[in-house]
Design a protein around this ligand. Sequence first.
Ligand SMILES: Nc1ncnc2c1ncn2[C@@H]1O[C@H](COP(=O)(O)OP(=O)(O)OP(=O)(O)O)[C@@H](O)[C@H]1O
Ligand SMILES: [Mg+2]
Length: 295
Amino acid sequence: MLDVGKQRADQAQGLRSLAAKRPVKVIAVSGGKGGVGKTNVCANLAVALAAMGRRVMVLDADLGLANIDVLYGLQPRATLADVVRGDCALEDIILNGPHGVRVVPGASGLTEMAELDAAALAGIVHSFSDIHDDLDVLLIDTAPGIAADVLRFSEAAHEVLVVVRDEPTSITDAYAVVKVLSCERDVQRFRIVTNMTRGSGDGVALYNKLSRVTDRFLNVSLHHTGSIPYDERVGRAVQMQTPFMTAYPASMAALSMRKLAERADSWEVPAQARGNIEFFLERLVGLKPAVMKAG
Ligand SMILES: Nc1ncnc2c1ncn2[C@@H]1O[C@H](COP(=O)(O)OP(=O)(O)OP(=O)(O)O)[C@@H](O)[C@H]1O
Ligand SMILES: [Mg+2]
């Protein structure tokens, strides 16, 4: 017979030890619509932050076609789902990307964690605790759409980056993400990245289009974090399976990404609650805080 009380105590202990550590900035990259540049923003923001000396990990929550592994030219052997099933350890699946950026192929693994019993969950929380020690930023590349398990990553993160481009479907999808996260998930602050802009002033104009609607209908705070211009070298870098930050460091896209990274680096991480891995895991796996504090 399983000792549920002890398992809960182990789990609570693991989470308490995480809480005692310096918080890690958790940033989810979302956008609603497919193909707006979420993965490119995530992959290159990670590289830009790493080049500034930050210790960065990317959690790939979308193992679609052009995912983080592909953009970094990596081949995952296993995903977090294998860890959840107990087939391997967390450190076995972590890949080393450019500039020391580490990649966790996540897929549905993290949401599958919600199904685990307390002992298995405690084990995974402990594994993240080891990683937590030498990590400054955790970036999450999310899948398109506003399905519940996609939104969960944004809900659990400290900061939500919403990538939008100047086309009606992208704007309405970005609005839908902001709306559902604010109305149903209690997320109030959104960092907007305007991508594939064509001329100076286009990014601000696009941001204004979105914020006019959110100001009118929602109680949220939107911040324009930056614009990445349309740049053919982004597509070329994708073909080369290299982030444009390293393939074309002098491109306009790379210069803009560096500015974006400086802004992201200046965001404060709250000393507790949203932002640390404890909170992230707790929210992600849908555990009630009361359970986490038991034992
Ligand atoms: N600033 C840019 N300039 C030119 N092309 C870009 C830019 N940003 C993204 N792209 C192109 O858009 C395509 C889609 O980008 P990406 O895969 O990052 O989008 P995504 O939002 O992650 O898509 P999905 O929702 O399918 O995961 C890529 O082929 C990329 O080359
Ligand atoms: Mg993507």
